[in-house]
Every structure is written in structure tokens, then in C-alpha cells.
Design a protein around this ligand. Structure first.
Ligand SMILES: [Zn+2]
Length: 269
């Protein structure tokens, strides 16, 4: 026996119109907002990105590109010194590139994780966005310290650990975004990568703690987890490729959602 839907069901909770904020309580879902004429359905589906504020979504997309640009500059920076022997590279450019790349990275990360300002926040904001911001800042701080101080394996370890932790936090945030996107299937890929990267991070952290406790602060000596650590290091190559593929599909999906949000906003005047 099927359960017939009540034909005159009304909204029993405080839900604001996504466009004007009017409280839609007691209205029927098949009506339009009395204030601005937006379909009540749109506000009920506001957890979907396509029904979100298009400016917020646009900001997230811009943040994503800045983040990628920052990563590109920093990646180029780590390759450039090797070209020095061919005369292509001026060593003086290194600090400038570090500042430039880090600035893009931090501004990008903060835009990408911008808080969604919603009156009826039924699903809440992602908690991982704060973690991602903190970890990116830590990563940049370690990278700059690494650049200006004497080479130390401990600092190199801090750079690598904070980078890996940033990737784990970004995957938690991407899972949250993907669940609301036009392609919720992305959530599965994000989940698998999240589990894989967090396992590797865990191994690295345990291995480092064992190393430090054993009075081996530069982590260069033998450790009981050395073999596992080396294997996990090899696994980072295919996982890194998977991560890039995920980010590619995420940005394509965010563009689709943003286009739909824009269409909707235009239709609602
Ligand atoms: Zn309205």
C-alpha cells in the first residue's frame, strides 16, 4: 500500500526564501514566495549548489583557480633550480616566487572555503573548511621557514606533513561540496582518496613520533615503519593523479552548478 502525499501539505518549519529571506512557514511547497515570486521548491532544495547564492558559488570557483595558480607557481619554483645549469634561471627570483605562490595559495584557499551566508542553514557549513585554512597557513609558514633557514630534515618533514594534512582536509571539504553538487557521484571518489591519504598521513605521523622518541630528530635513521612509509610514498603517485582527476571533475561540476544558479537568479529577476 502506498502512502498518499497530503495534497495540502504546508511547510511546518522556519525556512527562508533563498532569494529574499521571507519566512515560508505555513506555505504550500507548490506555491511561489509572496514577496519575490521565487518557487518555494527552490528554497526547499537550497542544500543543492544550483539553488545557492550564485555569488558565493562564483567566489568558490575563483578561489579554486587561485589555489591551483598558487600551487602551480610553487611547483614551478621547486623545478626551476634544476634548470639553473642551463642558464635559464636566476636564483634571485626564488624568494619572489615563494611570496607570489604563497599569496595566491592563501587568498585562493580562503575564497574556496568562504562561508555560505544563508538564513536557513539546515545543512550547516562544512567544519573542514576551517581546518583547511589553518593547515594551508601552516604549510605556507613551514615552507617559508624552510626557504629562509638552514636546510633541516625536521623542517622538510613539517612541510611534507602539513601538505599531506592539507590534502586530507581539502578532501573532506570536497566531499561536502560534491554531495550538494550536480555530480554527487564525485563524493565516492573523494571518500576513497580521503581514506587513502589519511591512512598515509597517520603512518607518517606515527613514524615521525617513533623517530623523535627514539632520539632521531632528523628522521633519517631506521624506523620500524620505514618499509611501510616507503610503500606509502610510492602509493602517493597514483593517489596524486586521482586527486588531480577529482579536482578537474569538481571544477567542471561547480561550473555547471554556477551556470544553473545564474539561470535561476535571472529567471527570478
Ligand atoms: Zn522570496
Amino acid at each position: 500500500m502506498s502512502n498518499p502525499e497530503p495534497t495540502h501539505a504546508t511547510i511546518a518549519e522556519d525556512i527562508s526564501c533563498v532569494v529574499c529571506g521571507y519566512n515560508l512557514r505555513t506555505l504550500s511547497p507548490d506555491l511561489v514566495c509572496p514577496e519575490c515570486g521565487t518557487l518555494v521548491q527552490h528554497s526547499l532544495m537550497s542544500e543543492k549548489l544550483a539553488f545557492c547564492n550564485q555569488e558565493w558559488l562564483g567566489g568558490i570557483i575563483r578561489g579554486f583557480y587561485l589555489l591551483v595558480l598558487g600551487l602551480g607557481v610553487l611547483a614551478a619554483m621547486s623545478v626551476l633550480p634544476f634548470t639553473a645549469s642551463f642558464g635559464f634561471f636566476q636564483g634571485d627570483a626564488l624568494p619572489l616566487l615563494t611570496i607570489l605562490g604563497s599569496t595566491f595559495l592563501v587568498i585562493g584557499a580562503f575564497n574556496f572555503t568562504a562561508r555560505e551566508r544563508r538564513r536557513n542553514n539546515r545543512i550547516g557549513n562544512s567544519r573542514s573548511r576551517h581546518l583547511l585554512r589553518i593547515l594551508i597557513l601552516a604549510w605556507v609558514a613551514f615552507m617559508i621557514s624552510h626557504g629562509i633557514s638552514r636546510p633541516s630534515l625536521l623542517l622538510t618533514g613539517a612541510v611534507l606533513h602539513s601538505l599531506l594534512a592539507s590534502i586530507v582536509a581539502s578532501l573532506a571539504y570536497v566531499r561536502w561540496l560534491a554531495a550538494r553538487s550536480a555530480n554527487p557521484g564525485l563524493q565516492q571518489l573523494a571518500r576513497i582518496l580521503y581514506l587513502a591519504f589519511s591512512s598515509i598521513l597517520l603512518i607518517w605521523v606515527i613514524d615521525s613520533i617513533i623517530g623523535l622518541l627514539a632520539g632521531n630528530p632528523d628522521l633519517s635513521g631506521w624506523s620500524p615503519l620505514a618499509g611501510v612509509r616507503m610503500l606509502s610514498g610510492c602509493a602517493l603517485v597514483p593517489l596524486g593523479i586521482g586527486y588531480i582527476v577529482l579536482l578537474f571533475f569538481l571544477i567542471v561540476t561547480l561550473h555547471v552548478d554556477c551556470r544553473n544558479a545564474r539561470k535561476l537568479a535571472a529567471r527570478n529577476g
